[in-house]
Design a binder for this molecule. Sequence first.
Ligand code: PEP
Ligand code: MN
Length: 638
Amino acid sequence: MIVVMKPSATEAQIDAVVARLADRHLETRVLRGAERPVIAVIGKVSLDPREFETLPGVAECTRISRPYKLASREWKAEPTVVNVGGYAIGGPQLVVMAGPCSVESREQLLEAAAACHAAGAHILRGGAFKPRTSPYAFQGKGEEGLQLLAEARALHGMPIVTEVVTAEHVPLVAKYSDIVQIGARNMQNFELLKAVSEIDRPVLLKRGISATIEELLMAAEYILSGGNPHVMLCERGIRTYETATRNTLDLSAVPVLRALTHLPVIVDPSHGTGHRPYVAPMAMAAVAAGADGIMIEVHPNPEVALSDGPQSLYPHMLERLLRDVEVVAPVVGRHLPRPTRPTRRAHAEASATHSTQTDAPAAAPETLTAPTNTVAYQGQAGAFSEKAARQFFGPDASLLPNPSFRSVFEAVARGEAAYAVLPIENSLTGSIHENYDLLLEHDLHIVGELKLRIVHTLIGQPGANLDDVDTVYAHPQAAGQCEAFLRKRGWRVVNVYDTAGSVAHVKALGDARAAGIAGPHVAALYRMETLAESIEDNPSNFTRFMVLARDPAPRADANKSTLVFRAENRPGGLLAVLDAIAKAGLNMVRLESRPIHGTPWQYMFYVDLEGIVDDAAVDALRLTAPFVRVLGAYHSAV
Ligand code: PEP
Ligand code: MN
């Protein structure tokens, strides 16, 4: 049963309900959600909900129809986000766990870790205690393997995930690892589940080879009810009659789990397929299905691996896969963050003897949000820019809404915000010219970019119908992207300069004839009604956002540069600059011109280039262009 309290319920009222349930020898968990507190009554309950509905502060009491309670969405509607070493698993950012099946030797593990880190993996995997089908197979290196994992963590700032196979080893494995894995063979080892329920470490719970989704969730319930809320589920294939693959990777489990539980879902296509060539396609499919992360086995030398060589990727295959994932992620509203760079401390630890610090779990590595994590964006809660900022910077960033693009630039220039996230180009409607002009006016640097898929929804009053609508309040960009939909209906379109703001405006009007256009998540945010879904004319609708800061980005990660120049006003003036760019070996991927304010019919040219523009290239450009400024060298997904 769950007791849903009123948003206005006081702590005393919550305590009174908990005390009354305790009198009946019932255990409770209180969840202070974003909207209202909820009390879960765990275990078998044979109470009349009406008895509690009359208590002060109580909104309603309902029975949870499922055998699992704390794992259910009914108990906790918002997704659970598990924080591991600076990565938020279950939020808008995808997480990649990669590494060898087993820790075999120091050389093998350190080589694998370096390769996985370089390829873009966030978390290092590797088994030190191996549950093997055959008693004659390699059983793992035990504590020595854990020490090697800790050494690799210190070197690369990568948190580690490793399996525990017996309850007695739980404290030892927890001491060394950032995530404790329960393997498929132990999913229903209830004593082991109880043991990990008592530790202060996230748990990755793999689905048993013949377990139903309900059994997986019941196993998670053991860990949650024992007091450990940091549980992630892992689909790794189940046993079916099919023999072409080692297991049958049940990707339908991803949306099913998403509907039934708030816990993050990771997919392991390595054990799921058992064959190297099938791993990358299924990893991509897992991301498309909505997984929060993937777990991939990678070995520097799979032919000589002591376990699971045939399903282990070569490091270059992981790199290729993650490049593809980076591009696919925005289609399903996700972002693949760059792995955080190892901290200075991690370098220091690595070069010191590894006896003192290496068995401590990874400290949160330095992230792009350090030292301050404030990010300015234009619009208000629910704006696409807010979504982009959240995807790029993760859940811990503090986001500052701003009324205009100009005020976003100023917030960073003044130091009120460390970063800005601003739209620069839409794949259908083209450049956001104002931001090009503002780039020139301010002395900020482009330090990153991301692409967000834009899906538009028509949103109106609760209870309103599409037929009631005669006026649409919309951002001109949004209206432009839904032009065919709007034209067909002949509605009056009124400009508002914020997508989420258009919905707030419509709400304030309280008129069923008015509707706004915003992202699908905005209706619930403002408690309004979705009148029509996916109304953009073309589903291939992406907006590219740039991330700005006062200081340039670290060069190590950069693969793209943007610069702005003015050409000489003579025949071939522009050609001379473009020729200098070509001679510098830089591939120009975009050219945009903007009028120079106050000098009619003269233009500034903005170019995006693949690669990093070094000082020599800038000097060469200056020989032909009277004005050149590098706006940034940064990492781009494509
Ligand atoms: C593993 O991840 O190394 C492993 C043994 O996986 P599973 O428990 O899914 O077989
Ligand atoms: Mn394995």
